[in-house]
Design a protein around this ligand. Structure first.
Ligand SMILES: C[S@@+](CC[C@H](N)C(=O)[O-])C[C@H]1O[C@@H](n2cnc3c(N)ncnc32)[C@H](O)[C@@H]1O
Length: 418
């Protein structure tokens, strides 16, 4: 399509979406998604293949610039300064980084709308704005505003370093080697999660857990409202539940306030999750309990995944399967199945998969996330068809698939007799 045709289509869609005529939240969600895709198509049409390719290849530089300012706490220092502004020289002294480097990094980010150059181009006096405020640490952002600082760290630091070895992992895999890009880049052999829980790397594990909360807030905002969570049998056992981003999101909605949860995860993550939940209001703390275990172990005795007799109501696996390869996904599902059938239950409990899926209209974010998952732990964003195949292999049947306003689908499963 020509730039004129694309611009006309875009104008029509923007006008109908933002005029207030469309009120259906699902239609609005999808329209925003289509507008983003059309903007990207228009950009490609205007720039043409050469310019678009050069800039796409250099976009790793911008990711690195985000990592530099987030790691140095540039936004935090600006926020803490008496008048909310700092000169380049002041910034350089505060963050202990070279002025030339900082000026180039900031220039690339100012172009993308992060930070304001007070007084205009070249003043080199910087203030925060809505975009750069997302790079504030949650501690500085005392008003409880949103932060994406840890998500930037996960993607633009761990993810970026790992993906520099994606080519080596791809060719190694073709030769039968099992190493992920992260294994090669950081020189470890276990899973990403074991490595991030190991001495000296716990800070990465904590950062990743916070990144999960931030990324879900961004990409799955409507999921709490769009699925009847309030009707599920409780407690909901959240397998690989991290630090409880799912619980925080659901309990924030009045309809879900009666739900109770058990967060099941590896020991280090559970330790971290307990600390995070100790800072929540008492009524929320009363809704959540914790179990440390390992879903790679087969029997409920070893894995510690609770059985229905131990009180499990519903099982949920959210954003876990996409971290693993096909064989590992089947293994995890079988181990959860072992626990679900580990004790007699009047009605067999349900398992819900909440997972990002790849389809023809999947966004740029879904596709970059798939690359990141692949680099970090050999995982992948799968199509619905592929997930259903693995579900069947693991001994489950699919009861329903629900679309929500978010990058995820909710898939309800029951254990099939093998
Ligand atoms: C991508 S995070 C998803 C966290 C959470 N479900 C969410 O949606 O925010 C994957 C989680 O799986 C956990 N995990 C990894 N290996 C595990 C294992 N062997 N047993 C239990 N949990 C594990 C990690 O510690 C991490 O919290």
């Amino acid at each position: 399509m020509s730039p004129i045709d694309l611009a006309n289509e875009l104008q029509t869609l923007v006008a109908s979406t933002y005029s207030g005529d469309v009120t259906d939240p699902f239609k609005l969600y999808k329209a925003r998604h289509s507008i983003s895709d059309l903007c990207l198509s228009l950009l490609r049409a205007v720039q043409g293949p050469e310019e678009y390719t050069a800039i796409l290849a250099e976009s790793c530089q911008e990711s690195s610039a985000l990592n530099v300012v987030a790691s140095l706490g540039v936004a935090d220092h600006i926020a803490e300064s008496p008048n909310g502004e700092l000169t380049l020289q002041e910034l350089s002294e505060k963050v202990k980084a070279d002025e030339k480097y900082l000026s180039v990094v900031l220039s690339s980010l100012v172009y993308h709308g992060y930070f304001k150059e007070v007084g205009g181009f070249g003043s080199q006096v910087y203030a925060n704005n809505d975009f750069s405020s997302l790079l504030l640490s949650e501690e500085t952002n005392a008003k409880g505003g949103k932060s994406m600082k840890d998500a930037v760290g996960l993607s633009a630091d761990d993810g970026a370093k790992a993906t520099t070895r994606l080519l080596d992992a791809a060719t190694g895999k073709a030769k039968g080697e099992a190493k992920t890009a992260a294994n090669i880049a950081f020189d470890f052999s276990e899973s990403l999660f074991q490595w991030m829980a190991s001495p000296g790397n716990e800070w990465r594990g904590k950062r990743t857990a916070k990144a999960m909360v931030q990324l879900h807030g961004m990409a799955n905002g409507g999921i709490g409202e769009d699925y009847p969570w309030e009707k599920l049998a409780t407690p909901i056992i959240d397998i690989g539940g991290g630090i409880g981003s799912f619980q925080g999101m659901l309990l924030a909605l009045p309809k879900n306030k009666e739900l109770t949860f058990t967060i099941f995860d590896i020991e280090k993550t559970v330790e971290h999750a307990k600390k995070v939940w100790a800072g929540k209001p008492q009524w929320m703390q009363d809704k959540v309990s914790f179990i440390a275990g390992d879903f790679m172990k087969s029997s409920p005795n070893d894995s510690k995944i609770p059985t229905p007799a131990q009180g499990a109501g519903t099982y949920v696996i959210r954003h876990v399967l996409h971290d693993w390869d096909d064989a590992q996904v089947v293994t995890i599902l079988k181990h959860v199945r072992n626990a679900m059938l580990g004790s007699p239950a009047s009605t067999p409990p349900k398992l819900l998969l909440v997972e990002m899926m790849l389809n023809e209209t999947s966004s740029r974010f879904t596709r970059t996330t798939s690359l990141q998952l692949l680099s970090l732990n050999g995982g992948i964003t799968r199509t619905e068809g592929k997930i259903k195949q693995l579900i069947k292999e693991a001994g489950f049947t699919v009861d329903s698939v629900t679309e929500v306003r978010g990058v995820d689908l909710v898939v309800e499963l029951s254990p099939a007799s093998l």
